[in-house]
Write a protein that binds this ligand. Sequence first.
Ligand SMILES: CC(C)(C)c1cccc(C(=O)NCC2(NC(=O)c3cccc4nocc34)CCCCC2)c1
Length: 246
Amino acid sequence: MFFDILTLFPEMFEGPFSESIINRAREKDLIEVKTINIRDYAEDKHNRTDDTPYGGGAGMVMKAGPIYRAWEQVKSQRSVESKTILMSPQGEQLTQNIVNDLAKEPGLIIICGRYEGVDERVRKTIVDREISIGDYVLTGGEIPAMVLVDAAARLLTGVLGDEESSKKDSFYNGLLEHPHYTRPREFKGLKVPDVLLSGNHQLIERWRKKESLRRTLMRREDLLKDKELTEEDKKLLKEIKAELKG
Ligand SMILES: CC(C)(C)c1cccc(C(=O)NCC2(NC(=O)c3cccc4nocc34)CCCCC2)c1
């Protein structure tokens, strides 16, 4: 899978993509991540990639020309049909379902905004999908682009090692994770729950499922609404609610 990232700050991507699974995936040729510096496609003598907004007001707007020319160059170099994504606060909220969809694409061209945003003609000509990673003010679309690449790349076959690939399923059962414990058995007077030391795998799985449901009910009831609950889930939820009543 290709990720072609159009940005004014390509160097921002060196660190995050030179570590861990993204790097391993790149070495295994499972993904190719390329950054394209929009500034290289500025045409005027001042190398402008932004300009003052029509209608006046503060700030600067990213010019459509440099982005469009960078996009054309990337498009012409790729033999596959890539989807063009604009990372933007006006986009649809990124969810695992959207990541699952996008991870099926042969390639993604990802545009990162800066300043006050991109000229509207970018949206009208080349953007297929606008995506937001959440409702908070950021300085640029680069970190959101990293989030999207991380989330999509980990789904690709072979990117996660065998030991990690189990995570692909367990992490996304649509619930929050149960509590995790590792050695020592007691830390600051806090003991590991006995059930986890019992060796009774059926009991342990039941405990984990129940704690995962409890945590989701307490912190993210919205996730529960989207989830297909099994008969066992419903039974455990009944127990949890009875315990909450005390
Ligand atoms: C109501 C709300 C959401 C708080 C909001 C409202 C108005 C502006 C912003 C904002 O942050 N403008 C700055 C800007 N942000 C982003 O690119 C961005 C932000 C958040 C999630 C993202 N996911 O992808 C890209 C994202 C970076 C500079 C270029 C213009 C966009 C935010």
